[in-house]
Write a protein that binds this ligand. Structure first.
Ligand code: HEM
Length: 453
């Protein structure tokens, strides 16, 4: 059988392109090789897949012909810790997921609806009419508050503020070009003396850890059955042998949720603000739907069809996660007519999937209507991945996106500061935007019932 098409540029060139121009890199390989190709020199040889059938096969055979091992995510260990859910494998990974999932689903999730709206109001109250601001910073403040409340039950106060600031600084250090290199070349993160980039990084990590460990200690010594935050739930959890998580395991899990749950959603919300203002017809249609829903509770907002279509199209066009986590072939398999051997590593190329013209005509055009005209299957649209590692926070992320966007559009007038298109840009392991979207706050909107009264 033919060998899998393999990108031919030298490994170092491919690595450079993948870090600095990930979308161009993937598009170029896709145009040259099609639905399946092997990239060399990124970190290891990765096989990129973007056909829905191939993705379905690979992501639904986790634990059989394929696995979703944590070791291949080692690059994240300096940020998240070695015992993070993302770095665990097999039975340990499944058990940890069972512990972490419940607060993100069902009734528990509904509690966050009101909180998301309240936090959005508080952040809005700090803006004055005429004030320029960066959408990415506004949404980052909102998503940080939400995740700190969900994870630690921390709402306000000095500790909450300090932790938020430090985390934002830590994530900024992994975001620029040097930051991306720090992520992909972990040795650079080590402390080689006061002038090395690793020195400041390690000092920051220590300060964050001290705060997280003291939260864990406070919660351990004052168990409160009425608390419903994730730290309290994880502290109370026991495995089959009655063992709870150690402080280090707790720290790594909390850090994982803080990082995974905050950056991603902040970026997605900033993109949604950009698109509805960059395309006035989209903004107008959405405002019409929202005006008809004035007074609705936050949960009702999450069900509005056009609002959901806007959020889905936002996650389609520039998916914050460009790839799924890697899966490893465990038994010989055939994918797209090619034989894959045990040990080979495949990734779902979410960005390429979301730009397939056979699924999304004019894929570079932002057109939420496509999600009203057609029902996309789980392997045609998958911003949150699928299978054993599907995003645990997907429902919370959709709540945040819909409620924050609806609240902002219902209650205030915002404008883009410029007509210039905003371009996507890598931020650490995620896809974010260049410049953070410059906007201007024009002031509060009149409440519809009062118009003309
Ligand atoms: C727009 C926002 C988000 C996007 C686009 C996103 C996307 C993803 C993707 C693509 C994966 C990998 C799935 C796979 O390999 O099949 C993932 C995993 C994960 N996400 Fe999210 N995510 C978002 C928000 C969140 C939130 C709010 C949280 C938690 C509060 C979260 C926590 C996680 C965790 C812990 C994993 C690892 C799961 C595992 O290893 O089993 N994410 N996410």
């Amino acid at each position: 059988m033919a060998a899998i098409p393999t990108a031919t540029a030298p490994g170092l060139v491919q690595f450079y392109n993948w870090i600095f121009h990930p979308l161009d890199y993937m598009e170029t390989q896709y145009r040259r090789w099609g639905d399946i190709f092997k990239a060399r020199g990124t970190l290891m040889d990765w096989i990129f897949l973007s056909h829905p059938d191939a993705l379905k096969y690979v992501l639904t055979h986790d634990g059989q012909e394929l696995s979703a091992p944590g070791e291949v995510n080692q690059i994240l260990s300096s940020l998240l810790g070695h015992t993070s859910l993302i770095l665990l494998s097999g039975a340990q990974h499944r058990q940890r997921r069972q512990l972490v999932m419940p607060p993100f689903h069902g009734e528990r999730l509904k509690v966050y609806g009101e909180l998301i709206r309240t936090i959005t109001h508080e952040v809005l109250a700090d803006l004055t009419p005429g004030q320029p601001f960066k959408a990415r910073e506004l949404t980052q403040t909102i998503s940080m508050q939400i995740i700190l409340q969900a994870v630690f039950g921390l709402r306000q106060g000095e500790r909450c503020q300090r932790l938020g600031q430090l985390l934002a600084q830590r994530l900024d250090m992994s975001s620029g070009r040097l930051g991306a290199a720090l992520v992909f070349l972990p040795r650079l993160s080590q402390d080689y003396g006061p002038w090395s980039p690793g020195h400041r990084l390690q000092a920051l990590v220590k300060e964050i850890d001290d705060l997280i460990f003291s939260e864990i200690q406070a919660c351990r010594s004052n168990p409160d059955p009425n608390r419903s935050d994730i730290l309290s739930l994880l502290l109370a959890a026991r495995d089959g042998e009655g063992q709870g998580l150690t402080d280090q395991e707790l720290r790594d899990e909390l850090m994982t949720l803080l990082v995974a749950g905050h950056e991603t959603t902040a970026t997605a919300m900033a993109w949604s603000l950009y698109w509805v203002h960059h395309q006035p017809e989209v903004g107008a249609r959405l405002r019409q739907e929202l005006e008809a829903a004035t007074g609705a509770d936050p949960i009702a907002l999450t069900k509005l069809p056009y609002l959901n279509a806007v959020c889905n199209e936002t996650l389609r066009i520039y998916p914050v996660a460009m790839l799924t986590f890697p899966r490893r072939v465990e038994k010989p398999i055939t994918v797209q007519g090619y034989d894959l051997s045990p040990g080979e590593v495949v990734v779902g190329a979410i960005y390429l999937l979301h730009h397939r013209p056979d699924l999304y005509p004019n894929p570079d055009q932002f057109r939420p209507e496509r999600f009203l005209e057609r029902q996309y299957g789980p392997f045609e649209f998958m911003p949150f991945g699928s299978g054993a590692r599907r995003c645990v926070g997907s429902a919370l992320a959709m709540y945040e996106m819909t409620i924050v966007l609806a609240t902002l559009l219902q209650e205030c007038e915002l404008d883009l500061a410029s007509d210039r298109p905003v371009r996507p840009q890598r931020r650490g392991v995620t896809l974010s935007m260049k410049g953070g979207v410059d906007m201007v706050y024009r002031g509060k909107r009149p409440i519809p019932e009062l118009v003309g009264a």
